[in-house]
Design a protein around this ligand. Sequence first.
Ligand SMILES: [Zn+2]
Length: 275
Amino acid sequence: MRKRRGVRGFLRLVGSFAGLSGAALLGVYLWQPQRIELFPKEPPTDLAPVDPAGLGLLRPGSRVLLVTAHPDDEAFYVGGTLLRLREAGAVVRLVVMTDGDKGYYPFHDSRGTGRVRRAEQQRAAELFGIQSVRFLGLPDGRLQADERSVDALAEEIRSFRPQFLLAFDPEYVRRVYHRDHRRAGEAAVRAAERAGFSGWALLFSTSAANGGLDVTAQWPEAQRLLGVHESQFFGARLAYIQSMVDGRARAAATELGLSGRRVEPFRAVRLGRER
Ligand SMILES: [Zn+2]
């Protein structure tokens, strides 16, 4: 009798330990911003291939609004594209939704980190040929596609009147994604609707690309400019990030039959009414 109670007690103890550590793991997963897409949406089958270069994107004076979540997303996802836009003489405005004050080092002084990252973003923007940058200062790691952020972006769209929108793909995310990125994309697409935007959205960080820009000629500079965000990418980490971004651009090129070149992939979708 006493022995059985001992076994039961032991099992209860094991059970509550497993329960507690399960809850702790779930808590950590929910707290940190990386998400795993367990059941990725199948890419749509009716998505016609689109060549972003053929849309008038690279004309002098073409107006492009880029919406990102963090200072460094522009270099990480669309660095080559920005350099092509600079060469073409496009007018680019960048809206960064957070100050990236959590960064990759969550225990640093966040106000200090925010200041440093804003300054890095300003400098990177100048080098990428971006005409103007706006920081919305929303919470890093806890970004919401709520009224506040949608309204702020809709206001940007109304005042800047872009012909093209560059934003994170909120729908067909990659297998592992940053929650802020998806929400920045969600907010951008909803804001475009609200502001009556009519034109092409080029959605990046997507699992359903239907086209891409060849950025081979711009690539060495794009890789170098990743280093402007030096509070995030320095030393071995910079080399790692550069090779990761390079691998992605190579893979996107291969997918488009451009083996050996570098491509930044997009899901191009037409938003609003036909013009
Ligand atoms: Zn980011």
